[in-house]
Design a protein around this ligand. Sequence first.
Ligand code: FRU
Length: 451
Amino acid sequence: MAVLRPRLHFTARRFWLNDPNGLVFAGGRYHLFFQHNPRAGNHGYMSWGHASSVDLLRWEEHEVALPWREGQDVFSGSAVVDWRNTSGLGGAGEGGPPVVAMFTGNGFYHQAQYLAVSRDGGETWAFGPPEPVLDEGKQDFRDPKVFWYAPGGSWVSVVVHPDERQVGVYTSPDLRVWSQVSVFGPAGGVAGIWEVPDLFALEVAGQERWVLKVDVFEGGPQGGTGAQYWVGDFDGRVFTPSQGARWADAGKDFYAAITFSDLPQSGRRVWLGWLNNWVYANRLPTTPWQGVLTLPRELSLVQDGPEWALTQVPVPELEALREEPLALPDGQQVEVGEGVPLDLTLPMTSWILQLLSARGEEARLWLEDGALHLTRAAPVGMDGFAGTFTAALPDGPGEVRVLLDTCTLEVFAAGGRLAFTQLLLPDEPITALRLRDADGRGWTMRATQAP
Ligand code: FRU
């Protein structure tokens, strides 16, 4: 089987990747760190890989920022610009404010939160103080997501207690001394352990509402891992949901998303996740890369009856990568070229889209009875991968946007109220499409990653 490397989605040059980490805009660039094994194509020797970009799409991979050290993995976490050098970790004025990362050190039956710092705007990194800054002596306690809470004049970090299905909320004046101020959960999906929380504000109709996202290890929307969220209020100490849990993405392969910190445009919220499911992540038959991130997505909230719904759309920067217009006339097979990323727009009516390789149909996406469906096959050894996956379409107007990039499929419908993300493992590369019962249009996209 020849699984092509995605051309528009980030993959590590070589070897294993899982969660995005430390997403931050600093020194004039977007920085992307990622859970990385720099030595092999499986989860191990966990380190923070590093890439940066000026447009969120063309990533340049750098040296590993925070390497595994004997006795300690560098697990997931986040990064912020410490504008006022509250941490005292800044240099002597040169290089701008320190960029501070808070990550989980995974030791022998022990997880605690540590700091790392960059004094050159995110380019190079060093571990901070050797002692943890937040340690409850627990075996599982991880994935700190830090942000500045302006009204309270303090840092806030959400850290997950996986087994308890709880998110601890902590505050700090200086990123070094942390006090617990509240605990959220258990709530919503609790079938599996919880991982990778994020808490952020979105403005809607002149009002600020807060979103708490936390991933679940089992019982996701299509089985296995998935991402749930609540909308509610946050007063700097306590998150109070105003509605029940919802899935952030209805597909099987959206996990461990976190939002960027310090984006230059105020009010803008962008996240990206790991395009995978822990059910089979360790068995993907790809090489020399293993693991891919989603496209960056812009977030907002819309009214949904008495509740609020999160919407996600690919960042508008993506449109600059459109190359050739593409028409998908009803019933006609259209050659698209091996490995060429595609950005398609289809109506919210019923249709069938076949994804074809030289050997025939590799996958099928269709809309029927108010739902989106995807059938995908699996290579040998990939239990839990094959099947038909269904997601209800929200009512209302809109179109269906389909981003296809070799083995990744991201679908957004109804103004982003439905996001549906799935890996594909075609036996042969997809080279043609056939749409039935509708006309579609789209673009071929410029590649941002070398094959
Ligand atoms: C989520 C996760 C995190 C952890 C990291 C380890 O996918 O399990 O909870 O910090 O991956 O790589």
